[in-house]
Design a protein around this ligand. Sequence first.
Ligand code: HAM
Length: 420
Amino acid sequence: MNVLKTVKGFADLFPPQSNLYTFMENTARSVFSAHGYLELRLPILEYTELFQRGIGTDTDIVGKEMFTFPDRKGRSLTLRPEATAGVVRAYIENGCQSREKVSRFFTCGPMFRYERPQAGRMRQFHQINCECIGAPEAQTDAEILLMLMTFLGDLGIGNLRLDMNTLGCHVCRPAYRQTLDAFLAALDQDKLCPDCRRRLVTNPLRVLDCKEPGCKEITASAPAVRDHVCADCAAHFATVLDILDAEKQPCHINPRLVRGLDYYTRTTFEVVATNIGAQGAVAGGGRYDGLARDLGGPDVPGIGFACGMERLALLLGARKGGSLAPRPDFYFVILEEACAKRALFAARVLRRAGLAGTGDFSPGSLKSKLRLAARAGARYCMILGESELAKQEVLIKNMDEGSQAFVPLADLAHWASGLF
Ligand code: HAM
C-alpha cells in the first residue's frame, strides 16, 4: 500500500519547529494583551461571498488563490485566505459596535492560499493578526505600528525595514485613479507582464507594486498616490509619521506599496526582512475604513496587520526552536513488570509536586533504560526495580553529574520540592 502524504503546500509541524510557533503565540499574547487586545478564535471556513466582497474580486487572492468548494447543499465555502474579513464579519454579527467604541482583537491561526509553495510561502500558513475597529485617528495607526515593532523586537528579530505608504480615501482615490489611468494608457503596454496587462483593466493600482523588473522600470515615473491624496489624508499620514519619528521608529516611505487586498485606505505598511530572500514580507497591514460598511455593517473605521509565522520562523531559525524545548525534569523507568503500577503513581506524585516528565513503564535492562532517559534529555532518571520496590525506595540518577541516591518512595514529593 502506498504511504499517504500531506497535501502539497501543507506541513506537519514537529518540535523544534512547533516550539517556535508556541513562542511566537505566547509573545503575541503578552504584547498584544498589554495593549488591550483580546483574543478571538474564529472559524476557518466562511461563505465565499465574504472574501469576494471584503478582499475584492479583482485581487490575486480572490481571483486565483482561494480554496473554494461547494458544501453538500451547494453553498460556496472558502477556507479563509486571511483573517481581517472574518474578524470584521464577526464584529458586525456579534454587535460589537453597540457595546464599545473601539474594539481591539488578535487572532492566531492557519490561513489558506493556493500559491506556488517555496521557502516562506505555503498553501496552509499561519498568521498572527491584530485588528483595531472603531478608531479613525492617526494616533491609532502609530500605536498599532509601534505595537507590531515591539512584538517583532520581543521575538528578537532584527534586520527589519518598515515600509509605509498612504492610499488615500474614497474622496481622493477616484481622482488619483484617473491620473494613474492616464499615465498607464500612455505606456507601451506590451512591455508589461501578462499579469499587469490584466491589472490595467481590473486593478490598475496593483501595477505599481508588481515585482517584475520590466514592469518596475516602465512604471518608475508613475504618479505617487501620496502626492495626490486630499488634505485630510495628507494630514493623517503626516501625523502617523510624526509620532513614529518622535518614538524613534525608523520607516521608509515606499510610494509603490499598494498591498494585495482591495479594502485598504490611507495608511498601509509592510515589514520586510532584509535577509530571507524573495519572501521577505514578514508582516503587512493598513487601514480599512470602508470594509465594515462594504460587508453590510456600520460605517466604522479599522486598521490592522498580520504577521506571517512561517517567515518569522525562518528568521528565528531551528536552533532557537531547539533552545525553546522544555527540558524534562525526570524520566521514570522500571526494570521488572511488577514495578509498573508503583512507578506510574510515583510519576504522578512528582508532577503534582511541580516537576515535568514522563517515563517508560515496560521492563528492560538498566542500560537500555538509561539510554532512553538520556535521549529524553531528562535531568533525573528515576529507577524502580524489584529490589527497590521491596525496600519502598527509588534510585534517582542525576543525569548531568552521574551521581545517584536512594530516596524512599514516600519522600518523593519532599525530594522534588528541594529542587526548586
Ligand atoms: P497579507 O500581506 O496578505 O495581509 O499577509 C500578511 C502576511 O502573511 C505576509 O506579510 C506574509 O508574511 C504572510 N503570508 C501571506 N501569504 C503567505 C503564504 N502563502 N505563506 C506564508 N506566509 C504568507 C493580510 O493577510 C491582511 N489580512 C493583513 C491585515 C490585517 N490588514 C489589515 N489587518
